[in-house]
Design a binder for this molecule. Structure first.
Ligand SMILES: [Zn+2]
Length: 82
């Protein structure tokens, strides 16, 4: 079972599904018992979906744009954990 910090560190990968299935299950199991991490994940998801919805009337962003978004999220996360 990952710790709260590990869940926070891997939240982006979890939401992207870019995580090995076993780790993903461990995070999921942690979320089942940890309201704090559930809230954190929910906020992160909302941030991502709001960002995406902001351009709803426009064509979907090119893949590079999504990469940039993920990179920005990772950078924000890295600066937060330091
Ligand atoms: Zn937790």
């Amino acid at each position: 079972m990952p710790t709260c910090q590990e869940v926070a560190e891997n939240a982006t990968e979890y939401l992207e599904g870019a995580m090995p299935r076993r780790e993903r299950f461990a995070v999921w199991a942690h979320l089942r018992i940890c309201p704090n991490c559930r809230n954190y994940l929910r906020q992160l998801m909302r941030t991502v979906s709001l960002t995406r919805r902001a351009g709803a009337s426009d064509p979907p962003p090119p893949p590079q744009e999504e990469d940039r978004l993920v990179a920005a999220m990772k950078a924000a996360r890295a600066s937060r954990s330091d």
